[in-house]
Design a protein around this ligand. Structure first.
Ligand code: GTP
Ligand code: MG
Length: 706
């Protein structure tokens, strides 16, 4: 792959961004647009007004009816807690007809849980296409495509600032020149493929702000600053305060520039003189803000460094554009390196083409297939026979019935599956209760058993050492005590050694007695704890039968549970099955909507085709059987008589009317005075007069009566 040594761009990239590449790689002069030929501006203005006639919101009606439909749908779903408001180009008057429909859903009371999922489900049932939930964005959004109109729709939740800024943009767009200028910039950006935020370029909204900024900076300004001078209006959203002041009073500009001249100045400004490193687009300021003061200087690598693979770091504030109400929101946050290169390329391209005297059409030449209205909604039906179309409708209607049956059976199956699932969950919960009961018994049993063991050891240890029962020790102690404390016979005294032995025996007995008492106590405690232990064991056994009871009871009540292994895994399997069924239901719903839409389209075409047929019968159509034929009379003779004031019969009058009526007489008179060409004209008139013979006759009769 050949890579440019100066820029690092590959050949493919050089071809993708040719104007930018030549500026980066060579020292070519940047063209100036300050002295453009006046004739060129006049021609460009003519071109622009032609384009403006073509663009516009051709889908405005579809947008309105879709907004109404979705509002009703959401209000029914959320029991009138929901409020739906349109914002964006459908309310600002800045729609080219190709943009999306932006709707904001807010709640009068508490926001329902899992709201995006609920909306997505609702839209699925409606047969909407490409439904996408974006829950993690600052403003959660559901995106989808309306299957009927093909409109892309964004439903955002609690997007209050967007409502306010759309209101302000509507104020700016009141001025015809401002509106048309913004439309032309949006037109250029859309046809050149640089107005798609999700693809890394700027949103339509950002282009609108850049346009307004330009119009505020012309001398004299074409657009005012609507956020200065009016009454201050502060609102709080989630603890943050926003100034949404909007001075909507009319603005009279002293600037006389035409659209073309304003557009040329726009490209001159943004292609060469706007320093994105130092300037922040700010319509609330009426002119650029200093990027350093705003702390929005560009950080991270340059787009060129990213596209040539020299860096992978993040770029910040690459083309800083401040949101008029949310001052921390930089609309260039979404711009990716490739997008930034393409935007710069487009500015350079427009500058070069304008300097070469190329037309506005050339500058806006589409880079890809533009999403414009289809040429003809019925193009594939035009050459088809009505009978075969009717047959097709019947077939599709039969198919709709089949699909409905399929939906019905799937819904029933899912319901059953869901019920079983709930049952399983409940059963598991109940058995789980029993199980947790068992756990707590076991938890108590464990230390109890250890204590019992300990007591047994104490008791048996003492008993091993002292084999004599306590009572016996007691008796022996009494006996020894008596002997040791008896009256002493001085003549018959014990030897000292013997006495010492008795005493130590007595003390020994005392110690034995104490140990024996201890052993007895341990034994008593042992017995008590054993009883307790037995009780717990019994309870434990009981839980087993309880679990069995619960299961038996449930299976008895719900025989469908029989044979199902009660395990959390089984519940998961059932859940997956229910989800699968839901997916199939969604597919069937889309099929149904698709079929119904197609039936509607064909029926509409048949209506159009047959009503056309009534007005202008096709050449090959047979004459109607009941149409009355004009009586056979010599028309020339009758005409002659009529023109000279002679009398004629009703039959002759009828023939005269069906061959051109009274005008036939007039034309004859004119023929004699004004020659061939006039005759041809009146002849043509005659034929149009005969488009509907019934009408001709009626009028003729009336005239004759008069
Ligand atoms: P089209 O849909 O192309 O006709 O243009 P639009 O004027 O409707 O603009 P877009 O769809 O890009 O934006 C719709 C509205 O969203 C704007 O008018 C703003 O009120 C609001 N908005 C607020 N912040 C943003 C943002 O960061 N990006 C975009 N795209 N819109 C924003
Ligand atoms: Mg929009």
């Amino acid at each position: 792959m050949t890579v440019c040594k100066t820029t690092g761009l590959t050949v493919e990239q050089q071809n993708r961004w040719p104007f930018l590449y030549s500026h980066l790689s060579t020292d070519i002069e940047i063209p100036s647009l300050t002295n453009v030929d006046e004739q060129f501006i006049i021609e460009m203005d003519k071109e622009i007004s032609k384009i403006l006639k073509k663009v516009g919101d051709g889908k405005a009606k579809s947008r309105e009816s879709l907004t109404r439909h979705l509002t009703g749908l959401l209000q029914r779903r959320f029991q009138r807690n929901a409020k739906v408001q349109a914002f964006g180009s459908s309310v600002t008057g800045l729609s080219l007809g190709t943009g999306d429909l932006d709707l904001c859903l807010s709640f009068k009371r508490e926001q329902p849980k899992k709201v995006l999922r609920k909306i997505a489900g609702l839209l699925r049932e409606e047969g909407m296409m490409d439904i996408q939930q974006i829950p993690k964005a600052k403003i959660p959004i559901v995106k989808f495509t309306d299957s009927r109109s093909g409109l892309d729709v964004d439903i955002s939740i609690e997007n209050r600032l967007a409502i306010y800024n759309s209101k302000m943009l509507k104020g700016y767009a009141q001025d015809k020149r401002v509106r048309e200028f913004i439309l032309m910039i949006k037109y250029w950006a859309s046809r050149r493929g640089i107005n798609t935020a999700f693809e890394g370029t700027l949103s339509s909204y950002a282009w609108t702000l850049i346009s307004i900024q330009h119009l505020q900076m012309t001398n004299p300004p074409v657009a005012p600053n609507r956020q200065k001078g009016g009454k201050q209006n502060l609102i709080e959203i989630n603890g943050d305060t926003f100034d949404i002041s909007n001075d909507s009073s009319p603005f009279e500009s002293k600037n006389q520039q035409t659209l073309a001249s304003l557009l040329i100045a726009f490209f001159d400004r943004f292609a060469t003189r706007w320093d994105w490193n130092e300037m922040v687009v700010s319509i609330r300021n009426g002119g650029p803000l200093n990027a350093e003061k705003k702390k929005w200087t560009h950080t991270g690598p340059l787009p060129l460094e990213i596209v040539t693979g020299q860096s992978k770091n993040r770029m910040e504030h690459i083309m800083p554009i401040e949101d008029p109400f949310d001052h921390e929101h930089d609309l260039s946050r979404v711009v990716k390196a490739e997008g930034a290169m393409t935007i710069q390329e487009e500015f350079m391209r427009a500058l070069h083409l304008l300097s070469q005297g190329k037309s506005w059409k050339d500058i806006c030449a589409p880079v890809m297939e533009i999403d414009e209205e289809p040429e003809d909604f019925f193009h594939d039906l035009r050459n088809q026979n009505t009978d075969s179309l009717k047959q097709r409708i019947e077939e599709m209607k039969a198919e709709v019935v089949q699909v409905e049956e399929r939906i019905h059976s799937l819904v029933t199956e899912r319901q059953n599956s869901k019920e079983l699932l709930d049952l399983l969950r409940g059963t598991l919960q109940e058995t789980r209760n029993v199980k947790s009961n068992r756990q707590s018994i076991l938890a108590e049993l464990r230390p109890l058993s250890m204590k019992v063991q300990e007591l047994r050891q104490t008791r048996d240890g003492i008993n091993d050492r002292i084999a004599i029962p306590t009572k016996r020790i007691q008796q022996e102690m009494v006996r020894m005590f008596d002997s040791l404390t008896a009256e002493v016979d001085v003549f018959n005294t014990q030897s000292l050694g013997r006495e010492k032995g008795d005493f130590s025996y007595f003390f020994e007995l005392q110690a034995m007695y104490k140990a024996s008492i201890e052993s007895n106590q341990a034994h008593q405690e042992f017995i008590r704890l054993r009883r307790e232990q037995n009780k717990e064991y019994k309870a434990l056994k009981n839980t087993n039968s309880q679990e069995e009871d619960v299961l038996n009871r449930l299976v008895e009540k719900n025989p469908e549970l029989k044979g199902i292994n009660l395990h959390p895994k089984t519940v998961k399997e059932f859940q997956q099955n229910a989800n699968k069924l839901q997916k199939s239901i969604n597919i069937q719903y889309s099929n149904k909507h698709e079929l119904k839409r197609e039936i509607g389209r064909i029926e509409a075409w048949i209506r159009i085709a047959t009503s056309k047929g009534n007005q202008r019968p096709r050449k090959d159509s047979k004459p109607r059987q009941n149409r009355r034929q004009a009586p056979t009379v010599n028309i020339n003779e009758v005409r002659e008589r009529a023109s000279t004031g002679g009398s004629f019969s009703l039959n002759e009058l009828d023939a005269l009317l069906s061959k051109g009526g009274i005008s036939g007489i007039e034309s004859k008179e004119k023929t004699s005075t004004s020659g061939q060409s006039e005759r041809r004209k009146s002849g043509r008139k005659k034929s149009t007069y005969r488009v509907d013979p019934r009408q001709g006759r009626k009028r003729g009769k009336k005239q004759s009566r008069n």
